[in-house]
Design a protein around this ligand. Structure first.
Ligand SMILES: [Zn+2]
Ligand SMILES: [Zn+2]
Length: 588
């Protein structure tokens, strides 16, 4: 394969394996146990399980490896009782204590929890009184108007739950955020490559286009030992069941909760197959029409003139033969990219390897899980050239925001550790925009900061003007470098804030304030379609992972993916600047 076709995978930032299936399974089990213990009024157990669940998700190493080293107790929050449970799961694939709790509450906590406004207590009340077990039966109970009458619910709660279900359904219950699945998909691919049975193995489909969520995984393979290769795939640890097993195509259910198609392709038409199975459908339809208009035929086997195949071995050749510049997978949505590729106006979009920095992250000084030292070490290992450390300010109590005194102490440590570890770090803050639009820190403390990322988290109004004015006031303060997660949306749980983004962008431009692209999967904020819409406004974008753990640092890649899907060129992305150039820019 020409390496450009795989450019998407060649970032220097490792992506995994951080989401390891068994760790996620265990984390989910402990989360449910936490929910049930909370319902039962066992606060201490609930907190203990919750802590372990969070730590398992952020572990970054397969828990079975830790088990083999006999080091389970070294995981934060794992005492002897929890160790026993993890051991039983690894050895027998079940946990007795969990099964017992589930007998009492046979409820789909995992999905119900995703409905905004539903916590364990409310889920229990719905189950005990109305027999609600899952999202579907909750919807029926609401439709029958049974929920409003329950103690502690009422008309307003019922209406809000209905809205919550709509948001949940819109995000696509059967789709999964790519940022949450990417590590597993990569791990599956490396596992299969490791068997030596595949000559070629490529991920196509929406995962290759780096869509924010995906409904399935498309893998293309070539192999001279198809039988064994199929068996290795079906028998792998990532697969929970086989849907179809044919000679050239196998469909399985992944433990991730989505399906995966593996297609065997002849090595000499793999470029055509890659083009075809990458999609999007609309892009392909347009491309096929273009081929026909030129007297060709295009399909998954190649580009043909009559019986003669003129391209198909590599993907670039297909675009070239159609008179087009190569179109990066992230752009293939039939939103003008084919026209642009035809008349030579396709922008040279920012590359993953252009990204030198991460401008948004947290340590355990506020609501992160890892220490400053751990974050800097991992950032260095990931290949970042510099970063901005942006813990919350005191106004965000829920996130243990820092007051001026603690910031002074932290800033001194940032200078020390950064020098010691050789990882340049800007002293920053994710600064609360207060209710009246003023800033949560003043003069002296702000003077110490190299980078101020202002954010709206609280007192969100229904009133568009009110929200917009708060942000505009922050932008015009002259103390702010960037606006964090501008729309405030949380995919699947919270709609975007009601704000006038055009005004926000205009004011950012006037005041040399950057707009963040937040790569945290649930945020993915700004969304790519908005980035695309404003790409020519002149405003600059600052990419951040919003990492709350060392494992989260990989989310910078998804911020970069959004920038690419938004057609951004490197000059629009401040993270492409060297540290010196970046400092010069913010001093202006
Ligand atoms: Zn935030
Ligand atoms: Zn943050």
């Amino acid at each position: 394969m020409h390496c450009d076709l795989l450019g998407v995978w060649q970032s220097k930032y490792p992506t995994g394996p951080y989401f390891i299936v068994i760790n996620d399974e265990l984390a989910e089990i402990f989360s449910e146990m936490a929910d049930i213990e909370e319902i039962e009024g066992n606060r201490w157990e609930s907190l203990a399980y919750r802590k372990v669940a969070a730590n398992l998700t952020a572990l970054g190493e397969d828990v079975r490896e830790i088990y083999k080293r006999n080091d389970l107790r070294k995981i934060d929050g794992v005492g002897s009782a929890i160790e026993k449970k993890i051991r039983q799961y690894i050895e027998e694939g079940k946990i007795d204590a969990y099964d017992k709790l589930k007998q009492k509450y046979p409820v789909d906590f995992r999905n119900l929890r995703k409905i905004q406004g539903l916590g364990p207590k409310k889920i229990a009340a719905l189950f005990i009184n109305l027999g609600v077990k899952d999202v579907e039966s909750l919807k029926s109970a609401i439709d029958a108007h049974k929920v409003a009458g329950l103690p502690g619910f009422g008309e307003k709660t019922e209406a809000n739950l209905l809205k919550g279900i709509e948001v949940y359904s819109k995000s696509g219950a059967s789709r999964i955020l790519l940022g949450r699945a990417y590590g597993d998909i990569q791990s599956l691919k490396s596992y299969l490559e490791g068997t030596g049975l595949f000559d070629n193995l490529i991920i196509a489909g929406s995962a290759r286009r780096m869509r924010e969520s995906i409904g399935d995984v498309d893998m293309l393979a070539s192999s001279t030992r198809r039988g064994e290769a199929s068996e290795a795939f079906i028998g792998s640890d990532f697969v929970s069941g086989v849907v179809v097993s044919g000679e050239s195509k196998i469909t399985v259910n992944l433990k991730l909760g989505i399906t995966c198609d593996l297609r065997f392709i002849d090595a000499d038409s793999i470029g055509a197959a890659l083009q075809y199975f990458t999609g999007s459908k609309d892009h392909n339809v347009h491309l096929r029409d273009l081929a026909i208009s030129k007297g060709y035929k295009l399909n998954e086997y190649g580009l043909f003139k009559g019986e003669n195949r003129i391209a198909g071995k590599d993907e670039k050749g297909i675009y070239e033969s159609l008179g087009l510049a190569f179109i990066e997978p992230e752009l293939r949505e039939n939103t003008g990219e084919i026209e642009a590729a035809m008349n030579g106006t396709l922008p040279d979009i920012v590359k993953y390897e252009d990204i030198k920095s991460d401008m948004h992250m947290h340590t355990n000084d506020s609501d992160g899980r890892n220490s400053l030292e751990e974050m800097l070490e991992r950032a260095k290992k990931n290949g970042l050239e510099y970063l901005a450390m942006t813990n919350h300010s005191a106004g965000l109590k829920i996130a243990h925001g820092l007051d001026p005194e603690r910031f002074s102490e932290l800033n001194a440590r940032i200078d020390d550790e950064s020098k010691k570890l050789g990882m340049p770090a800007l002293k920053g803050v994710e600064l609360e925009i207060l209710k009246d639009g003023s800033l949560d820190l003043t003069g002296n403390t702000l003077d110490q900061m190299d980078y101020v990322l202002a954010a709206l988290h609280q007192y969100i109004s229904k009133d568009r003007k009110e929200n917009t004015n708060r942000i505009v006031r922050a932008i015009q303060s002259g103390r702010v470098n960037a606006i964090a997660h501008p729309t405030g949306r949380l995919i699947g749980t919270r709609e975007p804030y009601n704000i006038d983004l055009d005004t926000v962008i205009e004011k950012c431009l006037e005041n040399n304030v950057f707009i963040e692209i937040n790569g945290f999967p649930e945020r993915s904020d700004l969304p790519a379609d908005i980035v695309r819409r404003i790409q020519n406004a002149g405003v600059r974008f600052a990419l951040g992972s919003d990492a709350h753990s060392v494992a989260d640092l990989r989310f910078i890649r998804f911020a970069a993916a959004i920038a690419r899907r938004g057609w951004l060129t490197p000059d629009k992305v401040v993270n492409t600047l060297s540290l010196n150039d970046f400092k010069k820019l913010i001093r202006k």
